[in-house]
Design a binder for this molecule. Structure first.
Ligand code: PMP
Length: 391
């Protein structure tokens, strides 16, 4: 029997599915996979439902329905003062996941080098490799995940075609600051490199920090593809509606990949997303402030239990070091242990590294949950760890 593709066949099942399966099996509180308890804004869901019943449920245009492309362009102007032509510079995809795939398949040739920053979202490396790219990894170190500038500069060379940046960053909840982004931009311009920016958490930054797209920096407008997602911005992760903003010459090859991957995205969900992107400013600021309160609730509780908690400046997530609890196994052992023994699930952070030498003492918890869910998880963890410590 012949074998399937060896690059993809070599990967284990995604850790999110594995941990969610385990969570279901042990009926644990699942703070592993990042999906909100919040059902998403009613008007956004209602708009999609109405469109489903009364709208045009046939193939929409390949680039996306005009209303959503216009809303994406307006959103770029409103939040970042980016002037975007909705007709030639916006494309809708089936989630940021497809957008990332389209960008990589559309922009790189076999043998091209792609600069990536670890820890990283789990789809990046398989897609880069399947597209024939050669990953060049630069690692951020906890607890502050500062960009190691010399290492980043050394990762760029004559074969570099593209850098993939995720800010705000999953899993380590870093938000790149203006100086770091400026430095990245200079390297991209100097080496004539594309930037693909996974900005799905653009509206989830905390402590007064604001997200700035790399696309805003000098020389970047014409070489950057910026990716957003309805899943994170409207708390509807099952919708899988993504949107790419890029200059026409960058978008064109990406569009070719989209044409052969999904071609289109369900129009009702595009319509709902357009309504969402046009919501009032207060919606977006409340999304962040509500999430920050949830972060504080979980972080304080985890600290009280004895975890060492890394700073979380954005996203749905917080990274914790579990060694102070006296647990000596790996992160996978720990996540399995708390699922089975405490009834709470987290994700081992080593899943966000490219194999060798990954740190093995971090677990990622998500806080995009109802307060009652967070409290239940904290009660279970404290009953398990604090009870054990009592004489
Ligand atoms: N990028 C990052 C960093 C993510 O965390 C996620 C979702 N967890 C995605 C991309 C995928 O987004 P979507 O669901 O829109 O495909």
């Amino acid at each position: 029997m012949k074998q399937g593709n060896s690059v993809l066949g070599g990967y284990a099942d995604t850790i999110f599915d594995v941990m969610s399966g385990l969570a279901r099996q042990y009926k644990s509180v699942n703070l592993g996979q990042g999906f909100p308890d919040d059902p998403g804004p009613e008007d956004v869901r209602r708009a999609a439902a109405d469109y489903l019943m009364t709208g045009h449920n046939q193939y929409p245009p390949m680039l996306g329905i005009p209303e959503l492309r216009q809303a994406v362009a307006e959103h770029n102007k409103r939040f970042y003062d980016l002037d975007v032509d909705w007709q030639s510079e916006v494309m809708v995809t089936s989630g940021a996941t497809e957008a990332l795939g389209d960008c990589l398949f559309g922009l790189i040739e076999p043998g091209d080098e792609v600069v990536l920053i670890e820890p990283l979202y789990d789809s990046y490396i398989p897609i880069v490799r399947r597209a024939g790219g050669v990953p060049k990894l630069v690692r951020l170190q906890p607890p502050h995940w500062v960009l190691p500038r010399d290492e980043l500069a050394a990762a760029f060379g004559p074969k570099t075609k593209l850098i993939l940046i995720n800010s705000p960053m999953n899993p380590c909840s870093k938000v790149f600051d203006a100086e770091e982004l400026g430095f990245i931009a200079e390297l991209c311009v100097k080496h004539d490199v594309f930037a693909v920016c996974d900005e799905v958490y653009e509206h989830l930054t905390f402590d007064g920090l604001r997200h700035t797209p790399l696309m805003k920096f000098p020389g970047m407008r014409e070489r950057t593809a910026r990716i957003g997602s309805s899943g994170k911005t409207f708390s509807v992760t099952g919708w899988k509606v993504g949107y790419i903003t890029a200059a026409p010459q960058v978008l064109k090859p990406i569009l070719k990949a989209h044409q052969f991957v999904t071609f289109t995205t369900p129009p009702a969900l595009q319509w709902g997303t357009a309504v969402g992107l046009r919501k009032e400013d207060a919606y977006f600021s409340k999304l962040a402030s509500d999430m920050q309160a949830k972060r504080d609730r979980l972080v304080n509780g985890l600290r009280d239990i004895g975890f060492e908690v890394m700073p979380s400046r954005g996203t749905y997530f917080v990274t914790t070091d579990f060694r102070p609890l006296g647990f000596n196994g790996t992160d996978e052992d720990f996540c399995r242990h708390i699922t089975v023994e405490a009834g709470v699930t987290a994700v081992p952070t080593s899943a966000f590294y490219n194999g060798a030498n990954a740190p093995r003492h971090f677990a990622r918890f998500c806080f995009c949950k109802n307060d009652s869910t967070l409290d239940a998880a904290l009660e279970r963890l404290s009953a398990h760890f604090l009870k054990r410590r009592k004489p």
